[in-house]
Design a protein around this ligand. Structure first.
Ligand code: C2E
Ligand code: CA
Ligand code: CA
Ligand code: CA
Length: 278
């Protein structure tokens, strides 16, 4: 692989554009980022609108690059997936998220759960064993860990995917479907998987208040979630209009800038006071 990599550099050096150069530099730096402790999570509250209390947080990955500052996940997660680094990065993330929640609980915060995003490429044969080991190592109860899975994992449609999800369920983990409706999966498809929660994707929430189409789509997703007895979390909620539409229609757990952006663990602590968002 090293030799092939060298050829690639030679090839690129002739006709690589600025974006290509930047990407190559990022790739090189990303391989070192874990060892250099440059990766961290920001945490975004999920608020129960009835009580104003944070009932969960989503862990969102950030890269504190030494020269380029904070790099958002869309710029480096696809690279990590491409260069085979996502497994390592993902298991670091799971361990870090579990460790963080244990720490908060030891300080007396009663945060029920932490949600971690799982790349489809992480979802391999060893994944169950890995999660089990991390829970044991950190001492976090399985029911406090939620895996956010994307449709692409479901699309695998294999017997082994369903089996793995059932195993997680058996362990007591929570399973959430993220980005539902942005791919091609159907209701009947969704019903085959043992899920606890459905996230209403930000892309549907963004400007449904300006478009009848999007509003009926959100209502359809809420109805679907209810018929499958899934808990609903609406993400990307920025405005009071969105908030009222969602809560009036039964989506009562809200994650979005209206309440809080993703914040550092230090900034998160005060937000965890019961009723903080009332
Ligand atoms: P996602 O899982 O759909 O996460 C929600 C994204 O929406 C986050 O972006 C969050 O900051 C953003 N968001 C939340 N509320 C609002 C809002 O009110 N307004 C706006 N404009 N945005 C809002 P972020 O942190 O940039 O993450 C982007 C994506 O990167 C995530 O989308 C997820 O797919 C991926 N990602 C993040 N962390 C990880 C990770 O640890 N592992 C993996 N595999 N993917 C991750
Ligand atoms: Ca997510
Ligand atoms: Ca999403
Ligand atoms: Ca729209």
């Amino acid at each position: 692989a090293k030799a092939g990599g060298k050829n690639k550099y030679l090839f690129y050096s002739n006709d690589m554009d600025a974006a290509g150069v930047e990407r190559l530099l990022l790739e090189t730096d990303l391989r070192k980022a874990l060892d250099r402790n440059e990766l961290l999570f920001h945490y975004q509250p999920q608020v129960d609108t009835n009580t104003g209390t944070v009932v969960g947080v989503e862990a969102l990955l950030r890269w504190q690059h030494p020269d380029q500052g904070m790099i958002p996940p869309f710029k480096f997660i696809p690279i990590a997936e491409e260069i085979g680094l996502i497994g390592e990065l993902g298991s670091w993330g799971l361990r870090e998220a579990c460790r963080q929640l244990v720490e908060l609980r030891e300080e007396g915060y009663a945060l029920p759960k932490i949600a971690v995003n799982v790349s489809a490429l992480q979802f391999n044969r060893n994944f169950c064993a890995q999660v089990k080991a991390i829970l044991q190592e950190t001492g976090l109860p399985p029911s406090a860990l939620e895996l956010e899975l994307t449709e692409s994992i479901m699309m695998e449609d294999s017997h082994s995917t369903v089996k793995a999800l059932q195993e997680f369920r058996g362990m007591g983990l929570r399973l959430s479907i993220d980005d539902f409706g942005t791919g091609y999966s159907s209701l009947s498809y969704l019903s085959r998987f043992p899920l606890d929660e459905l996230k209403i994707d930000r892309s549907f929430v963004i400007d449904f208040d300006k478009s009848d189409n999007d509003a009926s789509l959100v209502l359809a997703i809420i109805a679907m979630g209810r018929s499958l007895k899934l808990e609903l979390v609406a993400e990307g909620v920025e405005t009071h209009e969105q908030f009222h539409f969602l809560t009036d229609n039964g989506a009562e757990v809200i994650q979005g800038y209206l309440f809080s952006r993703p914040v550092t663990a230090t900034e998160l602590r005060p937000l965890l006071a019961p009723g903080y968002f009332l």
